[in-house]
Design a protein around this ligand. Structure first.
Ligand code: COA
Length: 266
């Protein structure tokens, strides 16, 4: 599906993407490439990265891959340095790497909680910190993918709730600290998004999907395309005065803090 925006909004820009091999990260990276940005896709699984890069190149875009885990700082540093050498300063940093599994606090080990904090929160810090020397100043745009978990306590999701709340405050702090150098930092906060690993884990059956939809005022899942266009807007010149913002794209789900039963009656 093509973007609703005019062509080539990101001509000659350079984007570095974590979690770029699949899901929301991949779709946003594809959108960036469709609009003329060179993209470096990073992630843990080389096959997924290769597949995403192949599809971008087949559509006429420029893509490279970097196999890494955002929990390993030195591998991020090396990949970002390489990106700089190959393409120049980085205009867009998309932090989309994330981990998730459903577990009650009482059924989760300290290491399980830490795994998600390390990927989502520390991984976002690592990516931004390692990218800092290579970001275009002024002009760079950082986008971190949060989730409604940041503001809605969700049972079975304590690790993600804690991590995403941290990601949103980290983003606002980066906006404060790096704003004077012309670096913007914003969050995209999706609600339930179709065709993602997260929703396959959290709503694996049709019944679970219907229950999720009943709790969303727009009564449907969001799409990766909708998030890709929001990301495109946020890193375009149209958003040049926007920093420290959290853009929620969730069909209104976060308005329904009273729970599934009350929301279904809306
Ligand atoms: N219930 C309870 N604990 C779980 C679990 C589950 N379903 N899945 C993993 N854990 C625990 C493990 O038991 C382990 O803790 P332990 O050492 O005390 O036993 C800890 O989490 C780390 O698991 P491990 O599989 O070694 O971590 P990993 O680094 O290989 O994987 C995860 C990270 C756990 C987040 C994994 O789900 C993952 O790789 N996810 C990536 C894809 C994804 O989640 N996408 C959706 C994003 S929204």
């Amino acid at each position: 599906m093509t973007s609703i925006f005019r062509d080539n909004l990101l001509k000659d820009k350079v984007a570095f993407v974590t979690g770029g091999g699949s899901g929301i990260g991949r779709r946003i990276a594809e959108r960036f490439a469709e609009h003329g940005s060179k993209v470096v896709l990073s992630g843990r699984k080389q096959e997924k990265l290769d597949d995403a890069a192949r599809s971008i190149r087949a559509a006429g875009g420029t893509a490279e891959t970097a196999r890494l885990d955002v929990r390993e700082y030195e591998s991020l540093e090396a990949a970002l340095q390489k990106t700089r050498e190959q393409f120049g300063e980085i205009d867009i940093l998309l932090c989309a790497a994330a981990g998730n599994f459903p577990a009650l606090v009482s059924g989760m080990s300290a290491n399980g909680f830490k795994a998600v904090i390390d990927i989502d929160l520390l991984g976002t810090f690592n990516t931004c910190r390692a990218a800092y020397p290579h970001l275009r100043k002024p002009g760079a745009s950082i986008i971190s993918i949060s989730a409604n978990h940041a503001t809605m306590p969700i049972a079975w999701q304590s690790h993600v709730c804690a991590a995403k709340a941290g990601v949103e405050l980290l983003t606002k702090t980066l906006a404060l600290e790096w704003g004077p150098q012309g670096i913007r930092a914003n969050c995209i906060t999706p609600g339930p998004t179709d065709d993602t690993e997260g929703m396959r884990r959290l709503a694996p059956t049709e019944e679970a999907r219907r229950a999720v939809e009943r709790n969303v005022p727009l009564r449907r899942f969001g799409t990766k395309e909708e998030l890709a266009d929001l990301a495109l807007f946020l890193c375009s010149d149209a958003a040049s005065y926007i920093t420290g913002a959290v853009y929620v794209s969730d069909g209104g789900q976060s308005l329904c803090r009273t729970g599934a039963v009350a929301a279904a009656a809306l």
